[in-house]
Design a protein around this ligand. Structure first.
Ligand code: AMP
Length: 190
């Protein structure tokens, strides 16, 4: 079982991925988390990533592609992957497909968490006080929402065409959303 979960900033991708990881014994790959880890290493690559993340734009497809490839080719992660925040555009969706195929794997379900811009703003402001993320400043968060909206349509179409897309209403409580997600995953596990 490999899963993709996507949604705008503040949609609850991280929270719901944590839940799915525990419930279904999977391994989470959050490209945002991995990029933030890279920034902390203080390398040249880290500085480059930091300057992009802090504008609310996407880091290059090559950089994130290299990061996820390490996990896909790792046998202890085989068919246990939940991709949180990847793919963010069509190039990445195709790349993910290619990398998985090369390693005899595939995506089994693509979960889209839908929330309004109003909810995004509210949740990001709440999170700002808990997690000190530089990119949770209001104007950058809005830019991240726009970046998401501008790129995600093609990803949605891609997973629709492969009959893998399931839309989840991300406006409810954490437990309502996780119940819905559990039901969807149980159904495809059969
Ligand atoms: P997130 O933690 O998923 O909200 O991601 C935080 C930031 O990391 C995003 O606004 C992007 O700048 C960058 N990022 C995360 N995932 C990707 C990705 N798949 N492709 C490009 N940039 C990404």
């Amino acid at each position: 079982m490999n899963i993709v979960i996507f949604g705008p900033p503040g949609a609850g991708k991280g929270t719901q991925s944590n839940f799915i990881v525990k419930q279904f014994n999977l391994k989470q790959i959050s490209t945002g988390e991995l990029l933030r880890k890279e920034i902390k290493t203080n390398t040249e690559l880290g500085h480059k990533i930091s300057s992009i993340i802090n504008t609310g734009n996407l880091v290059s497809d090559d950089i994130v592609g290299n990061i996820i490839e390490k996990y896909i080719s790792n046998d202890s992660y085989k068919n246990k992957l939940i991709f949180d925040g990847y793919p963010r555009n069509l190039i990445q969706a195709k790349n993910l497909d290619k990398l998985l195929k090369r390693n005899d794997q595939k995506i089994d379900i693509a979960l889209k968490l839908s929330v309004s811009l109003e909810t995004v703003k509210k949740r990001i402001l709440e999170r700002k006080n808990l997690e000190k993320r530089a990119d949770d400043k209001k104007d950058i968060a809005i830019r991240r929402y726009e970046t998401y909206e501008n790129n995600i349509k093609a990803v949605i179409d891609f997973y629709k065409q492969h009959d893998l897309l399931k839309e989840v209403n991300g406006e409810g409580s954490v437990s309502e959303i996780s119940d819905e997600i559990s039901g969807l995953i149980d159904r495809i596990k059969g």
